[in-house]
Write a protein that binds this ligand. Structure first.
Ligand code: CP
Length: 315
């Protein structure tokens, strides 16, 4: 593994999950692998889980982590070529990526989408520029169209909690007051397509995800029907992909409630967090034994540790 910026970078999902599981059972078994190596964690956007779990994963592997909130602590970066830099952007990605590569053995970047420029977002404009100009491996800490470390943690969590060989997994849209990215549902859909599960997506009209990603997946408009016999309910909001970045609905009848879970096969409730209570999911569900969001978040460390250790092994 050189870069890890998409679920498409996973060559063998089961092997990667085995590695994550081994790290979970014995977190310090490879503490010499990253000795005298440095990871740079560059954040253009806020984070709680991704920042701390990736830092912890690096530390478990013996790496030093340098963390920087680029938007508030660094120079504003220019990504376009050929521009006269007479505005507020003081540094070009061409220099910044090369310079930081000299300080780090791995660079990890979080950069959310514009939700205004679909082409730019789908092309992973910022992370692609780091891949182009940096000389070290790039890891996505959530890009504009994918959140692959989250997806690995999600797949690991389903593997741990499933009670049958081929569980039914439902990705459901749920309401939210803000326009949110497609990165989490895109990566979740991709990784479920690699998994031994019955996978369906349920969302209202106008909220279909990128058809290139959901190709072959059943999309059900009736959430209640989708929930029948489900073993896992993965809730997430996303803005419209077709009417790019728009909020078309805040319909609270899509909120995950105890009544909805009664339609399922005692399904486990999943969400990547942070989650808006009583918008996405009721207090009752989130505080119940059905919810596995806390162990799901714990698995972020071991997903990151698996990916970092695979990259370190190739260095
Ligand atoms: N799930 C996730 O990526 O959480 P953070 O935004 O807090 O990192």
């Amino acid at each position: 593994m050189k870069h890890f910026t998409s679920v498409d970078d996973i060559q063998d999902l089961n092997a990667l999950l085995d590695i994550a599981q081994n790290h979970k059972q014995n977190p310090f078994a490879n503490e010499d692998l990253g000795r005298r190596k440095t990871i740079g964690l560059l954040f253009f956007n806020p984070s709680l889980r991704t920042r701390l779990s990736t830092q912890k994963a690096a530390s478990n592997l013996g790496m030093q982590a340098m963390v920087m909130n680029l938007n508030t602590e660094g120079w504003l970066l220019e990504f376009e070529d050929g521009v006269v830099m007479n505005g507020n952007k003081a540094e070009h990605i061409r220099e910044a990526a090369q310079v930081v590569s000299q300080y780090c053995d791995i660079l990890a970047v979080r950069s959310f989408p514009t939700l205004a420029d679909k082409q730019k977002d789908v092309s992973e404009h910022v992370i692609s520029a780091f891949k182009k100009f940096a000389s070290v491996p790039i890891v996505s800490l959530e890009g504009s169209s994918e959140h692959p470390l989250q997806a690995v943690a999600d797949a690991l969590t389903i593997r741990e909690f499933k009670t049958k060989n081929r569980p039914k997994v439902v990705l459901t849209w749920a309401p939210h007051p803000k326009a949110l990215p497609h990165a989490v549902p895109n990566s979740f859909a991709k990784i479920m397509k690699l998994s031994d599960v019955d996978f369906i997506i349920t969302n209202p009209d106008g909220y279909d995800l990128d058809p290139k990603i959901t190709n072959g997946v059943t999309i059900e408009r009736d959430q209640n029907k989708a929930f029948e016999n489900a073993d896992f309910i993965y809730a997430k909001n996303w803005s419209s992909f077709e009417n790019y970045g728009q909020i078309l609905s805040q319909d609270l009848s899509w909120t995950i409630t105890s009544e909805k879970l009664k339609l399922t096969n005692s399904a486990k409730f999943m969400h990547c967090l942070p989650v808006r209570r009583n918008m996405i999911v009721s207090d009752e569900v989130l505080d119940s034994e059905s919810s596995i969001v806390i162990p799901q978040a714990n698995n972020r460390t071991f997903a990151a540790q698996a990916v970092l250790s695979e990259i370190l092994k190739n260095q």
